[in-house]
Design a protein around this ligand. Structure first.
Ligand SMILES: [Zn+2]
Ligand SMILES: [Zn+2]
Length: 325
């Protein structure tokens, strides 16, 4: 089945926030039309928006402006398996949102068959803390991680306790090698250049029977990806139907008083300039995610948001569902 549009827009999901997670029943019946879904559970940079210490941010008083940390779920409606991409500090709300959108139909811990982690920065793995005894106390919750990430979790508290108490069960990932989830569904990590203090960093290519998606919330630089790891964003984009890409900052004027050259990440503006050379069909695959709280693109009515849309790109929205059949 081919659903060219994310049907979230049709069903009015685009504006869902943590405080408004009240999906209609029709959504679940709609979901049953689709065998494999990719669901967006958050679009913000690690620390979410609004961020701590920014009491003037309008999102503190208008919950519709709040954004959870970048995360997504893959749902195999045939088997009932649900997979998470990232365990963010917003995991509690994100799992509730997922439970509402794609209710638990399996016996795995928290109804999650596995969590895939990109790297050891707070927005991407700190939610693992909820697997521990003080919270869900899960038994063998599967967590896929790269080698350095695995060592980091195994050798440093509090994560090591989750491993020792078997709250989580670590499963290995290797760059460029697919984790085969079913005959139709596979997840392939691709290592990317990033601030790798504790772990390496990967993006994931998720492919189902019909379609595929690239989930790449954090990368330092598109050119470095090629020089260090032999990958071009254009080639990876060509290989998928949807690409959820790092758009942490819009440009270099975003953090007054801070030297932004010391803070890598492709700037959203620069990425668009680069992708403008691509055919319209390629540009249409791009969904920007991982927006810092300072990035004006997080506000739907900002001039920047309008410019992004006019140029043929999209901003991913929490609660969006993509059919990968
Ligand atoms: Zn991040
Ligand atoms: Zn990071």
């Amino acid at each position: 089945m081919r659903l060219p549009l994310t049907y979230s827009a049709v069903l009015g999901f685009a504006a869902l926030t943590a405080c408004q997670a009240a999906p209609q029943k029709s959504v679940n019946s709609q979901a049953s039309l689709c065998k494999t879904e990719f669901i967006i559970l958050g679009t913000a940079q690690d620390a979410g928006a609004p961020q701590i210490g920014n009491s003037e941010d309008p999102a503190w008083r208008d919950s519709s402006l709040r954004k959870l940390a970048a995360s997504a779920a893959l749902v195999d409606h045939k088997s009932g398996a649900r997979y998470l991409f990232e365990a963010t500090p917003d995991l509690r709300e994100q799992l509730f949102l997922l439970d509402e959108m794609a209710p638990i139909k399996n016996t795995e811990p928290l109804g999650i068959s596995a969590i895939f982690l990109t790297h050891a920065h707070i927005g991407h793995y700190a939610g693992l803390i909820y697997a521990g005894h003080e919270s869900a106390g899960t038994k063998d919750l599967n967590v896929y991680a790269m080698p350095r990430m695995t060592t980091y979790l195994t050798q440093n508290g509090p994560w090591s306790q989750l491993v020792n108490f078997k709250n989580i069960a670590l499963l290995p990932l290797s760059t460029g090698t697919a984790a085969i989830l079913t005959d139709d569904i596979k997840v392939t990590p691709f290592q990317v250049p990033h601030r790798d203090e504790f772990s390496e960093t990967v993006g994931f290519e998720i492919s189902a029977a019909g379609k595929s998606a690239l989930f790449l919330p954090d990368i330092d630089d598109w050119n470095q990806w090629e020089s260090k790891y032999g990958q071009t964003i254009e080639a990876r984009l060509a290989a998928v139907d949807y690409a959820f890409l790092d758009a942490t900052f819009y440009d270099d004027n975003e953090l007054p008083g801070r030297d932004m050259s010391a803070i890598p990440h492709p700037r959203l503006k620069g990425s668009m300039d680069r992708f403008d050379a691509l055919p319209k069909t390629e540009r249409a695959k791009v969904r920007f995610i991982h927006l810092n709280h300072t990035n004006k693109a997080r506000f739907e009515n900002s001039d920047i948001s309008k410019d992004i849309k006019q140029r043929g790109y999209k901003l991913a929205q929490q609660g969006e569902r993509y059919c990968l059949d």
